[in-house]
Structure formats: C-alpha cells, structure tokens
Design a protein around this ligand. Structure first.
Ligand SMILES: CC(C)(COP(=O)(O)OP(=O)(O)OC[C@H]1O[C@@H](n2cnc3c(N)ncnc32)[C@H](O)[C@@H]1OP(=O)(O)O)[C@@H](O)C(=O)NCCC(=O)NCCS
Length: 159
C-alpha cells in the first residue's frame, strides 16, 4: 500500500454536524478506554499508534460518538509527524459519514497546526481517500516507512 498526499490548502469544507454522531478530540482520561476499543476492533498495532497520539498536546486523536458510545477514531502525528492514521469506524456504523467526518476533522486540524500537506501512511481504501479528499498516491512510497517493521506472530510453546 502506497502513501498518499493531501494538499491542505484546498481541503474540502467539513460537513454540518450530523444528527447520527458527534466528532470531538479525545480526552487524556479516555485513553485506556479508547486504546482497548481500538485493539478489540482493529488490533494491537493500531492501538499502539493511537497511544502515541495521546502523548501529543493537544491529543492528536479524534473520536466519533453515537448514543454515548465510541463508533470510530482517527489519529495524526502518531507513527510519523505529518502522517494521518490509523483510522477506523466499527462495522455496523459504516456508511453514516463518520469516517469522512473524522478524516476531514484531522486534516483541518493538521492545517491549523501549520502543515501545508498531509500524508496518509500506507493508505488502505485508496478510493475512499481519492473520493473524499482528492488524495494522490506518492510514487515509490511502498513499503515506505514501514519497511522491515516487526509483525506479531502467533506464540508457540518454544518461542
Ligand atoms: C474506511 C472507513 C474508515 C470509512 O468509514 P465510513 O464511516 O464507512 O465512511 P463514510 O460513511 O464517511 O463515507 C464517506 C464517503 O466515502 C465513501 N466510501 C466509504 N468507504 C469507502 C471505500 N472503502 N472505498 C471507496 N469509497 C468509500 C462513501 O461511499 C462515502 O461517499 P459519499 O460522501 O459520496 O456518500 C471504514 O470503512 C473503515 O473503518 N474501514 C476499515 C479500516 C480501514 O481500512 N481504515 C483505513 C486504513 S488506512
């Protein structure tokens, strides 16, 4: 998966707040709840990246909430400065616009922080980022910063 580039000087405007969910910056006291949720829904690696977002001030993680429950999250400045991700919306809440709202909130926040461009690291659904942001793939960016990254393997009795 290649990285993708997003020009922050022509970001789409954020939508009006939805009646289905709300988006806000995560609070430090919510860290354990959010990291556990991310681990349960998207795995340890993304939870670890999210943990780094909580070490920034202000916290560089936004969350989507529906009926007082977490339905999605998005981070930036986690694995690399200027990188967006990880992000995820729980399966039964997809298609409501929360993924796009989180994405736009993070990129507008990056612009406010002084960045001119944002990078989506190892972009997953490329069409989602092309469609919502006009992001373009960065040539020769695969595997990029993730080259040689350790991956968890199933534990064996002798390891
Ligand atoms: C990608 C993801 C965050 C999208 O969240 P979502 O809440 O379902 O997305 P939205 O409802 O905000 O969709 C916004 C727009 O993008 C489109 N879209 C959503 N997912 C898409 C996909 N996988 N491919 C192409 N377009 C997509 C929607 O149709 C919608 O279009 P519209 O604005 O014209 O109506 C979600 O599918 C997810 O969590 N996936 C698994 C984790 C993942 O892949 N994360 C990214 C890793 S880099």
């Amino acid at each position: 998966m290649s990285d993708m580039l997003v020009p922050l000087y022509r970001l789409p405007k954020e939508n009006e707040p939805s009646t289905d969910f709300s988006i806000r910056r995560a609070l430090a006291p919510e860290k354990s709840i959010i990291l556990t949720w991310v681990k349960d829904h998207f795995g340890q690696g993304w939870s670890d990246e999210c943990d780094v977002a909580f070490s920034n001030a202000p916290v560089t993680c936004y969350i989507a909430i529906q009926d007082e429950k977490l339905i999605g999250f998005a981070c930036y400045d986690a694995t690399m400065k200027n990188f967006f991700g990880p992000t995820g919306v729980k399966e039964d809440a997809r298609g409501l616009g929360a993924g796009k709202a989180l994405l736009l909130r993070c990129f507008h926040s990056m612009k406010e922080a002084g960045y001119g461009y944002g990078i989506i690291g190892g972009a997953g659904p490329v069409e989602f980022y092309e469609h919502t942001l006009g992001a373009i793939a960065i040539p020769n960016s695969k595997p990029g910063i993730y080259a040689g990254m350790l991956r968890s393997t199933p534990t064996s009795a002798n390891s």
